[in-house]
Write a protein that binds this ligand. Structure first.
Ligand code: ADP
Length: 151
């Protein structure tokens, strides 16, 4: 049976830190679905959803095992529909851990077959943070160094 993992996030924007998690995840899973959702804590997106979907698709164009899909439903439900038994997430620090700890438990409560697998961020990407990138970009700063594609 194929090992399919869902890598869900807001990816607003998708960064080199995210890319690192996906590429390392490919060593563990046969297929990875990068799923762009709406984080309910973040009211509106800075980078338009379809624009970001296209950027991520272009980043992984050479990888047939990677798919990119938008979604707007429970992560656990989206995983079930796509036959994904794993959720892939990155951990940068203890703040990520506190948050991830509870959502992974809720996701498994909602879908008992779903295991969350965490990869510790590579040190060179640990400081990369989507919200800081948005802020720098908003004021005209150059963020290209943090992104695996051209805006
Ligand atoms: P969410 O809004 O769901 O937290 P994000 O797009 O911020 O989504 O992050 C998606 C996943 O990527 C999360 O597991 C997050 O911890 C992880 N992540 C975010 N930034 C990095 C980074 N620089 N390196 C590795 N993982 C990261």
């Amino acid at each position: 049976m194929k090992k399919i993992a869902l890598f869900p996030g807001s990816f607003d924007p998708f960064t080199k830190g995210h890319e690192d998690i996906v590429l390392r995840g490919l060593k563990l899973f046969d297929e990875i679905i990068i799923a762009l959702g709406h984080n309910t804590k973040k009211t509106s997106r800075y980078f338009e959803l379809n624009y970001m979907v296209e950027k991520i698709r272009s980043t992984f164009a050479a990888y047939p095992a990677i798919r990119v899909e938008p979604f707007q439903e429970l992560t656990a439900e989206f995983a079930r529909k796509h036959g994904a038994r794993y959720i892939l997430r990155g951990l940068r620090n203890t703040t990520d851990f506190e948050y991830e700890n509870s959502i992974s438990q809720v996701n498994r409560y909602l879908n008992n077959d779903l295991e969350t697998v965490f990869l510790i961020t590579s040190p060179e990407y640990a400081a990369i943070n989507s919200s800081i990138i948005r802020e720098v970009h908003q004021y005209g700063g150059d963020v290209s160094k943090f992104l695996p594609y051209k805006l």
